[in-house]
Ligand binder design. Structure first.
Ligand SMILES: [Zn+2]
Length: 244
């Protein structure tokens, strides 16, 4: 079975959601949220489809405010039994907004929440890799995944030392960087993701969870194992991290 640890299914059509639910190859898809509206939508979707799990979170999008965190916390507490994980959270210093101080505040608050609820987090970082690693050091108990990590290999090594997992996107099919990550990172730390509808392995198409098989093909070649073995390893990693 294939596991998609990071998708945005609030952006896809109802027909596609049906297709995901009926695809016998798919184990679990974790639908990540970016703002209050998307949290509500993803919760709703996860209640309707058994394979789709709800990740609650606030992404550092331009309009993010400190007060959004209180609203998220309230929402998470009210719907605790349906919250599978926390994501998409993180920091992005490649843009001017939101201000760094707001990004750090909301990121840290969400790590505190994940710690309290013993949930795994899916982290976005762009031009903030160093800062993210330093903050994560203060939360050693939080189970953490770096999603689609594009930092250099010195940072990859440091992230491994503080227990990070890495979810490898389907665009590994044409990315030397992600292929190298799969060569260098221990197999037990590798997960797969699509970031649906983004980062498709095929040009000019929307991504979808079924495309995880494309990532599996590349990963199995690099590991020199069968596709079934690669799939099994990643399934084990997923279960160990999320279901413990
Ligand atoms: Zn994402």
């Amino acid at each position: 079975m294939i596991y998609d640890t990071h998708a945005h299914l609030d952006f896809v059509s109802e027909d596609k959601l049906e297709e995901i639910e009926n695809n016998y190859k798919i184990g679990v898809v974790v639908s990540n949220s970016v703002n209050i509206f998307s949290n509500k939508k993803n919760l709703e979707i996860s209640k309707k489809y058994s394979k789709i799990k709800f990740a609650a979170g606030l992404y550092p999008e331009e309009t993010l405010k400190k007060e959004d965190y209180e609203e998220l916390e309230k929402f998470v507490k009210e719907n605790k039994k349906d919250v599978f994980s926390i994501g998409e959270i993180g920091m992005d210093f490649s843009r001017e907004l939101p201000e760094k101080e707001i990004q750090e505040y909301v990121f840290e608050k969400q790590l505190e929440l994940a710690e309290k609820l013993n949930l795994c987090v899916s982290i976005h970082t762009r031009k903030a890799e160093r800062e993210i690693i330093e903050i994560l050091r203060e939360f050693p108990k939080v189970k953490r995944i770096l999603h689609c990590f594009s930092g250099n290999f010195k940072l990859v090594k440091e992230a491994l030392q503080i227990g990070c997992y890495f979810s490898i996107p389907t665009n590994i099919v044409r990315s030397e960087h992600f292929q190298k990550m799969v060569r260098e990172i221990p197999r037990e730390k590798i997960l797969t993701e699509t970031d649906t509808p983004y980062l498709s392995p095929f040009k000019e198409t929307e991504n979808e969870p079924a495309n995880i098989v494309e990532a599996i093909k590349v990963i199995s070649r690099i590991w020199e194992v069968s596709k079934e073995e690669a799939e099994k390893q990643i399934e084990d990693n997923f279960k160990k991290l999320f279901l413990n």
